[in-house]
Design a protein around this ligand. Structure first.
Ligand code: GLA
Length: 393
């Protein structure tokens, strides 16, 4: 992919880039809509990347060409403003803004951005864009960043500049993942550790190729409903700061305090957190059957209680579960369209792919896009002959 990045940069700027940053997308195995509730997640970074090829620009301005949108955006570094006409460029501006806010002296930059993380599909294309841009800027500035801090800064760019109130899971995974492992992250304390994925299983992602326009506002609405639940619960149990703090055994009748749909939203989050803990243990013990069972329960809860699934996602999950060698399947990412993730025996992947394709095509009249993915390490930067990679925590 670095050859492609170099070629695209040369096409646009007629020379070799000084740096190329690569940031992977992610697939969340379980723990959906828990991160912004101070809860637990268990994602893997996958071999789909956003890359940013960049060189210094003598002028104090940034120019980015986005290959996937065939569009260019330029802005002065000391006059960064939200651009309602080029939504994609706000991720770039947001990152430049937050890095400057944090006191980094950013050089002017000319860059090309591209990659193969499906856009808006629930594989975290936005976080991968943010991370790749941040690493490119910092490499040109000669700074080797603290990855944990950088994840928080990228999240802040998305929250405060782009206006999507996402949690920390995606940026953290893109920056701190380890090859062959899932990351178990406590999104409140930010403590994390790696859980190895057993050999012989595959992660298959099926993209419905359906995107929902309302995804951002619906997402922010879910987050608001969770905050409302906390505000109500605190009147009886002041120790509750996040839904993560709800301990059903110590708080009898907690659900009854909440009106619908807040009650259903909160119930999903509380039960999903418990599922992540159980799933992590199952994975550590190699109990894939139990892990898969929890994935299916997670999907059911996202469909019925959190209401972020869709007919296409439900259909893909059901179809996957009818295939040999499948442990579990669920929607992954925010929902409202996007992708499912299926955990399956490696030997059963060809049959699963075929079945998903055929059945979906018959039902909806177009084929899903199916990715057979492997778990990779966190983002890295090429500077000349040198690779700045994450060597692990
Ligand atoms: C999006 C957000 C994440 C997380 C998931 C849902 O991917 O960016 O922070 O909230 O949705 O689990």
């Amino acid at each position: 992919m670095n050859v492609l990045a170099e070629q695209e940069f040369a096409k646009r700027w007629g020379e070799k880039p000084e740096v190329i940053a690569f940031a992977p997308g992610r697939v969340n195995l379980i723990g959906e809509h828990t991160d912004y509730n101070g809860g637990f997640v268990l994602p893997v970074a996958v071999n789909r990347y956003v890359w940013v090829a960049a060189s210094r620009n003598p002028m104090p301005e940034a120019t980015f060409y986005a290959v996937n949108f065939q569009d260019e955006a330029s802005f002065p570094l000391d006059g960064i403003a939200f651009n309602p006409f080029k939504p994609w460029s706000n991720y770039v501006q947001g990152v430049a803004w937050v890095l400057r806010e944090e006191g980094f002296k950013l050089p002017g930059i000319k860059a090309v951005i591209g990659g193969d993380v499906p856009i808006g599909a629930g594989m975290s294309s936005s976080a991968a864009v943010e991370v790749a841009i941040a690493l490119a800027f910092l490499a040109l500035a000669g700074v080797e960043p603290d990855r944990e801090k950088l994840a928080l800064l990228c999240q802040r760019a998305e929250n405060e500049f782009v206006g999507m109130r996402c949690g920390i899971m995606d940026q953290w995974t893109s920056l701190l993942a380890r090859e062959g492992h899932a990351i178990f992250l406590d999104c409140l304390t930010l403590e994390y550790h790696y859980v190895p994925l057993p050999a012989g299983i595959s992660i298959v992602v099926a993209d419905t190729r359906v995107r929902r326009e309302l995804a951002r506002s619906e997402y922010n609405l879910r987050r608001k409903q969770c905050e409302e639940a906390v505000a109500i619960l605190r009147t009886r149990w002041p120790q509750v700061r996040f839904l993560r703090d709800v301990k059903p055994e110590e708080m009898p009748g907690w659900e009854e305090l909440l009106p619908e749909p807040i009650k259903s939203r909160a119930k999903h989050v509380v039960e999903e957190n418990a599922r992540v803990l159980e799933a992590k243990e199952a994975l550590e013990k190699g109990n894939l059957r139990n892990f898969g069972r929890l994935m299916v329960l997670s999907h059911k809860s996202l469909r019925e209680l959190y209401e972020v699934s869709s007919p296409e996602l439900d259909f893909l999950v059901e179809t996957a579960m009818s295939c040999e060698g499948v442990y579990g399947s669920r929607l992954t990412g925010a929902g409202f369209g996007g992708c499912t993730v299926t955990l399956v025996e490696e030997s059963a992947v060809p049959a699963l792919r075929e079945k998903l394709r055929e059945a979906y095509l018959n039902r909806f009249g177009f084929a899903p896009e199916i990715h057979d993915l492997s778990p990779v390490g966190g983002a890295f930067t090429l500077i000349g002959d040198q690779t700045l990679a994450f060597t692990g925590a």
